[in-house]
Design a protein. Structure first.
Length: 176
C-alpha cells in the first residue's frame, strides 16, 4: 500500500468509526479510541505534516464527540454527556482559534471516557446498567477524571509521544 493510500484509509476510518458509534457504541467506541491512540504514529511517518495531522485529528475527535452525545441521547447520563460535550467544545474552539494545545488540557475530554465506561457497563450489565452505574458513580467519576487529566497533561502539556513513553518505561537503556 502506498503512503498516500495508507493516509487516506486511516483518515477515512477516523471519520467513519465515530459514525459507527451510533449503532455500536461499545465496539466502535473502543475501536475509535484505539485508532485515535495510534493514528499519529501512522500518519505523520507516512508523510502527513504535524500541523495537518493535528487538524485532522481534532476534527475527527469532534465528530466522535457529536456521535457519542447522539448515541447516548436515551441514556440516563445524557445530561452529563451534553455538559461534557460543551466543556470540550470550548477547548476545541479555543484550540482551533489560538493553536494553543494547552486549551485541550484546561477543557478536558471527560466525555469520551465516561461514554466508554457507560457503553461498557451497558454491554456487560444490559438493562441493569443504570442501577449499576448509579451504585458505582463516584468511583466511575474518580477514574474518569484521574485517567483523563493525566492523559491530557501527557498529551497536551508535556507533548509526549505515547509510543516513545511506553518504550522508555518498558525498555531500559544501558546506563539508566
Amino acid at each position: 500500500m502506498t503512503r498516500r493510500a495508507l493516509i487516506a484509509v486511516v483518515v477515512v476510518l477516523r471519520f467513519m468509526l465515530p459514525v459507527c458509534v451510533l449503532k455500536f457504541p461499545f465496539q466502535a467506541g473502543w475501536a475509535n479510541l484505539v485508532l485515535d491512540s495510534v493514528d499519529g504514529d501512522i500518519l505523520v511517518p507516512s508523510g502527513l505534516s504535524e500541523r495537518t495531522y493535528q487538524r485532522v485529528d481534532k476534527s475527527a475527535d469532534y465528530v466522535t464527540y457529536v456521535s457519542m452525545v447522539a448515541a447516548g441521547r436515551r441514556w440516563p447520563i445524557r445530561n452529563e454527556l451534553i455538559a461534557l460535550f460543551g466543556l470540550r467544545s470550548i477547548g476545541q474552539l479555543l484550540y482551533f482559534t489560538t493553536g494553543d494545545r494547552r486549551m485541550l488540557f484546561w477543557f478536558p475530554n471527560f466525555l469520551e471516557p465516561l461514554f466508554l465506561a457507560y457503553a461498557t457497563i451497558r454491554s456487560i450489565k444490559g438493562t441493569d446498567a443504570p442501577r449499576f452505574f448509579a451504585r458505582h458513580a463516584r468511583l466511575i467519576w474518580v477514574l474518569v477524571i484521574a485517567y483523563k487529566l493525566q492523559d491530557e497533561w501527557i498529551t497536551h502539556i508535556r507533548k509526549l509521544d505515547r509510543t516513545d513513553l511506553a518504550g522508555r518505561l518498558v525498555v531500559r537503556r544501558p546506563g539508566t
